[in-house]
Design a protein around this ligand. Structure first.
Ligand SMILES: Nc1nc2c(c(=O)[nH]1)N[C@H]1C(S)=C(S)[C@@H](COP(=O)(O)O)O[C@H]1N2
Ligand SMILES: [Mo]
Length: 429
């Protein structure tokens, strides 16, 4: 019972991370003041959100000392803080009810500290390695030289659902909310790589960001991952400079990031400064050891396997979430709409089914097509309960290849790829 998903979410849902906001440690950040001085009060208010007391009464030109790094959930709404150094925060399922995830509800997964300078007007992106022409592009260059597209793209952290592993897995104890589907605007990675000229020996990309290693050591990167070149050249990967029609939130990679839908979130480099084309698999931070890898064969819970038997995770598996009603709701009526989203890496969803009787019987939900390739799919159903009492709603999605969400976790030591069914408890009548 201790590892039961339902009891777990009950115990988590009360504690909003605000209380856990502490000091972020002793790194002094002289450039921060400069950044703030160059930023209008309106955009600071947007960044720090409601956390400026009496913000409306501030004299013009006053710059509050609050910063995104020091105030991790600024500009976020209702997220649960799992860690404040580095900042990691997830979204309770019932706050993911929107078809398009608002920026203030998009989860945050950082491996290091924010860059000191996130100025979009001076930001550059370098494309180099095995290219015909290496390039250095400003954000204005990207807008001018390539087609600008807007896409709803689902992104899930590879460790979403880690909290339910038994034996437990180390790392951020994500429950359900390291998933989001915001609307991203940018240029296609493919178009940029093709303009640079991908040489025939290229097999992998390497992504570099401007965030700072927790140690403060400038020689170390918090995270630098890559993609097989065939994946990098697909259509729906964006180099994004807008999120839901506005500049990126600092915690979500401002001013420029990759968005690779359907693959582990770690592929979507934030604060993107460089993409290198390589003739070998990338060996950057969190590409080696067992990071973002899963066992090459089925293992027993708790089983230790040699490092060479771990393979790099690629697409994320089929999964769904119930976003309404919230877990623990008291329903006065005997019927309700149940709704949520489903997604399946590079595949589409063919079916979402619901059970109200612990899996004894199942009904089909109404499933929408994705608004575009790479987006999650919304679903809903009207559910009538036979009598008053306690129920669990279970949701189970099936993908276009017939793969279905499991009931139990396919265990691995790192706590990746948990796509078990979401269960929501309701008291009815
Ligand atoms: N530069 C950089 N990019 C990064 C990370 C990071 O720590 N540094 N974290 C990655 C991981 S593990 C995930 S799941 C996603 C999360 O994106 P988000 O914080 O915008 O939700 O960003 C990825 N990109
Ligand atoms: Mo992640």
């Amino acid at each position: 019972m201790a590892k039961d998903e339902f009891t777990k979410i009950e115990s988590v849902s009360g504690e909003n991370g605000q209380s856990a906001n502490g000091e972020t440690g002793g790194v002094s950040r002289p450039d921060r003041r400069k950044f703030l001085q160059n930023t209008s009060l309106a955009s600071i208010a947007a960044i720090v959100g409601t956390s400026i007391p009496f913000g409306a009464n501030l004299p013009a030109g006053f710059v509050p000392a609050a910063t995104a790094q020091d105030n991790p959930l600024a500009g976020k709404d209702g997220l649960t803080l799992l860690n404040d150094r580095p900042v990691n925060a997830e979204t309770p399922p019932e706050l993911l009810d929107d078809a398009i995830t608002p920026t203030d509800r998009h989860f945050i997964r950082n491996n290091g500290l924010l860059p000191d300078d996130m100025d979009p007007s001076t930001w550059t992106l370098t494309i180099d390695g095995f290219t015909d022409n290496s390039m250095e592009l400003t954000i204005a260059d990207l807008r001018e030289q390539f087609e600008v597209v807007t896409r709803a793209l689902a992104m899930e952290c590879g460790g979403n659902g880690r909290a339910f592993f038994d034996p437990p897995a180390k790392g951020n104890q994500w429950t359900y909310g390291a998933i989001a589907c915001s609307e991203w605007t940018g240029v296609r990675l493919k178009d940029v790589l093709e303009k640079a000229g991908v040489q025939s020996n290229v097999i992998y990309t390497a992504h570099y960001g401007a965030d700072i290693h927790l140690s403060g050591d400038p020689e170390k990167a918090p995270l630098s991952r890559g993609l097989p070149i065939e994946k990098a050249l697909t259509d729906n990967i964006l180099i994004a400079f807008e999120m839901n029609g506005e500049a990126l939130h600092p915690m979500n990679g401002a001013p420029l990031r990759l968005v690779v839908p359907g693959w582990p979130g770690s592929c979507s480099q934030k604060w993107l400064t460089r993409i290198e084309l390589r003739d070998v698999v990338h060996d950057g931070a969190k590409m080696t050891g067992t990071s973002y890898k899963v066992p090459a064969y089925p293992v027993e819970p708790g089983q230790d396997i040699p490092e060479e038997d771990w393979v790099i995770m690629e697409r994320m598996p089929v999964k769904s979430l119930v976003t309404f009603p919230a877990n623990g709701t008291d329903l006065a009526e005997m019927e309700t709409e149940v709704r949520g989203h489903a997604w399946a890496g590079d595949r589409s969803i063919s079916k979402v089914e619901l059970s109200m009787d612990f899996g004894k019987s199942w009904m089909d939900a109404n499933l929408d097509a994705a608004v575009n390739d790479g987006a999650w799919q919304n679903w809903r159903a009207n559910v009538t309960f036979p009598q008053a009492g306690y129920y669990e709603v279970w949701a189970r999605a099936t993908d276009s290849e017939g793969e279905m969400q499991p009931f139990a976790i396919d265990w691995n030591a790192k706590g990746y790829l948990n796509n078990t069914m979401h269960r929501v408890g309701l008291r009815v009548g």
